[in-house]
Design a protein around this ligand. Structure first.
Ligand SMILES: *Cc1c(COP(=O)(O)O)cnc(C)c1O
Length: 352
């Protein structure tokens, strides 16, 4: 039985082309700047994102942390969404290691930060306050694509207020293919952009941080300090090059399978799909009382890995999952829901 893992697109395995490229990669000592494959990946990513320079890092978390450390000093502040990865899911790294204070704000339902609320959160120049230095956005945000006019407005806003702008673009290419624009259009107003190679693009390891040549020079020092200076890292970068050259163009497939999954789950009694459809490669849904806490093990028995916790559950489609898999997931979901209902305590006649 094939395991269909919907927990995340981080579970993707490297493609056969990646394996070959990794085995054949020309390498050198990247801390000396002498790994030709890393240099090629950095140049390629910078070009794809429309930035001057780029830095290959071990993970998205390290990429965001290096960006925050490069933009902000101790006693400075960054504004980010309450559920942003940089704030919520990175163990407080910027505060712990950088003395950088986060100012979280609630996201709007479309994944944007309201610029009126951001303006109100920017601290005046007063010795009581941390200095607000940086605004961080995420795109896609929980699968949602930020509208291009909003991104332009954010650029103007940041320029007016002297704020720097960082984009956690872990899935920026999902946003780009959804809007049918070049990733450069989405990256344009940002001073720095972090891109994950190891999510839907299926590389085994790595992220790339992009920005101006000056910014990346400083970022390289912070990466070294964090222990992220890798040596013959071209073995990993080789897979990253394949990710950018071959895997971006297949992302629409993931968005289609996510739509198919959303439609299928929407037909299962006891499952409510949020927003009625998919958001790029993600589907969010909730389970009713009868399914919650029981549905997951039934699904696992059918080879489908997916949560069954209270609150919205995220299912993510990715390389390695096709239409037949989605149909198998939906069939399993219908059976699992029926099994949960059959076992659910029946109301006594007096209560009916
Ligand atoms: C996965 C992810 C990261 C972090 O990447 P890791 O490689 O897991 O450290 C950062 N931001 C977003 C939005 C992500 O989805």
């Amino acid at each position: 039985m094939k395991t269909i893992d919907l927990r995340s697109d981080t579970v993707t395995l490297p493609t056969p082309t990646m394996r070959k490229a990794m085995a054949a990669a020309e390498v050198g000592d990247d801390v000396y700047g002498e790994d030709p494959t890393v240099n090629r990946l950095e140049a390629l990513t910078a070009q794809r994102l429309g930035k001057e320079a780029a830095l290959f890092v071990s993970s998205g978390t390290q990429s965001n942390l290096v960006a925050l450390l490069t933009h902000c000093r101790r006693g400075e502040e960054y504004i980010a969404g309450q559920w942003a990865h940089t704030y919520r899911y990175e163990a407080g790294g910027a505060a712990v290691l950088g003395g950088i204070q986060p100012q979280p704000l609630d996201f709007e339902p479309d994944g944007t930060l309201d610029l009126g609320k951001v303006a109100a959160a920017v601290k005046p120049d007063d010795l009581h306050f941390a200095r607000t230095r940086l605004l961080c956005l995420e795109n896609t945000m929980a699968g949602k694509v930020l509208p291009l006019p909003y991104i332009d407005a954010v650029g103007e806003f940041a320029r007016d207020r002297g704020l720097r702008l960082h984009l956690d673009g872990a899935r920026i290419f999902n946003a780009a293919v959804a809007l049918n624009v070049h990733a450069r259009e989405i990256a344009r107003p940002f001073d720095s952009v972090s891109v994950c190679l190891s999510k839907g693009l299926a590389a085994p390891v790595g992220s790339v941080l992009c920005g101006s040549a000056d910014f990346i020079r400083d970022a390289r020092r912070w990466r070294k300090m964090l222990g992220g200076g890798m040596r013959q890292a071209g073995v990993l970068a080789a897979a990253g090059i394949v990710a950018l050259e071959e895997m971006v163009e297949r992302l629409p497939e993931d968005h289609r399978t996510a739509e198919r999954l959303a439609a299928g789950l929407g037909r299962v009694p006891g499952i409510a799909v949020e927003g009625g459809g998919a958001r790029t490669n993600m589907v969010f849904f909730t389970l009713d009382e009868a399914l919650r806490g029981r549905w997951g093990p039934f699904m696992a028995a059918r080879g489908v890995l997916v949560g069954d916790h209270p609150g919205p559950i995220r299912a993510v489609t990715h390389y390695g999952i096709d239409d037949d898999d989605i149909d198998a997931v939906v069939a399993a979901a219908l059976d699992a829901a029926a099994a949960c209902r059959a076992r659910s305590p029946r109301p006594r006649p007096a209560e009916v």
